[in-house]
Design a binder for this molecule. Structure first.
Ligand code: FE
Length: 335
């Protein structure tokens, strides 16, 4: 048999079995809930450095998870990349990830920013912190997340909807710190202080604080970065709460290797590379987030916000307690 003939037979077998030929190629496939402009430069660089092609599709986190689930063992995804530990926890809970034992990932990523079961790993950090109107509030008036429920903020607080996973994770973390009962009191006191109905996005929260519709709110840092880059004159600033207590609440974007990954080893290599200082600098930079690796450089704008002490509770608790958090927010009247 000639080589050509054998190759043809293999091709026939591949088509018959429904195996995608590119399984044999030097590539890794990523399903990404992060937008293309945030990941493409990194993946291009990875291909340049290693020769491994990174193929990706982007989409909504929930839709990508559904897709991987529906595809089962036939999925093309080697890696699922998404935001918020709540989402990553769900993907793991649905059995979409396999554990990965990697000394590189364990060394590069602090333990509170990855799954204790090694199924997913944080690749960037966003702080969910307080933003305030600099014309109407002085930072000395601010202190903790709980304090946003005190009478002095009556009619001055602005929040994003409780439907957003960011607020569900934040509430879950408050449950870890304070217990159910006290957290419900905190959330109820926030609702009591709202100046207007919760908004659909962090950017709207910030814009409305700047416009004086309220004076304080809770947002992810990169939204502040994006808005201030566009409109530097806005009377807004960040405040780092709980610096004498448990620290600022952080969340992650992160990724894991899928259960049915066809390129398991290559997927692991890509995750390890993404955790290195050089890749971390680019990854965090692209969305004005914080790198997980302490040797990576901060974006100049991010650096200008100053340093803060972060809460060291494992971010996976945000997922574990998500259902509890949603029920609690509902009881407290947070819509
Ligand atoms: Fe976001």
């Amino acid at each position: 048999m000639t080589g050509k003939y054998i190759a043809m037979l293999i091709m026939v077998a591949i088509v018959t079995l429904g195996v995608i030929p590119s399984t044999f190629a030097d590539e890794v496939v990523v399903y990404s809930a992060r937008k293309e402009h945030l990941i493409k430069p990194l993946f291009d660089l990875y291909t340049k450095e290693t020769g491994t092609k990174v193929r990706y599709i982007t989409g909504n986190a929930g839709a990508l998870m559904q897709r991987i689930k529906a595809e089962g063992s036939r999925t093309r995804a080697d890696i699922l990349l998404t935001v918020d530990a709540g989402n990553l926890w769900h993907a793991a809970d649905e059995g979409l990830f396999q554990p990965v034992k990697s000394r590189v990932l364990e060394k590069n990523i602090p333990s509170h920013l990855r799954d204790p079961g090694n199924r997913w790993f944080g690749l960037s950090v966003r702080a969910r912190t307080i933003a305030y109107n600099t014309d109407r509030v002085s930072p000395e008036e601010l202190s903790t997340y709980e304090d946003l429920g005190s009478p002095k903020w009556k009619g001055r607080l602005i929040l994003r909807t409780s439907k957003k996973v960011y607020n569900q994770s934040l509430t879950a973390m408050l449950i870890v710190e304070h217990g159910l009962e006290k957290t419900e009191d905190i959330i109820r006191s926030w609702v009591h202080n709202l100046s207007t109905e919760p908004f659909s996005s962090d950017t709207k929260v910030l814009e409305s604080i700047a416009a004086g519709q309220g004076d304080v709110g809770i947002i992810n840092t990169y939204y502040f970065g994006r808005l201030m880059k566009k409109k530097p004159g806005l009377p807004l600033a960040l405040f780092w709460p709980d610096q004498d207590g448990n620290g600022v609440h952080v969340n992650i974007s992160g990724a894991g290797v899928t259960t049915h990954a066809r390129h398991r080893g290559k997927a692991m290599k890509l995750l390890e590379w993404l955790s290195t200082p050089a890749a971390q600098t680019i990854f965090a930079d692209s969305n004005m987030e914080y790198p997980v690796h302490s040797d990576a450089k901060l974006h100049s704008i991010v650096k200008s916000w100053g340093s803060f002490r972060e809460n060291l509770i494992n971010v996976s608790r945000g997922g574990e307690l998500q259902a509890e958090a949603i029920r609690l927010m509902d009881r407290a009247g947070y819509r």
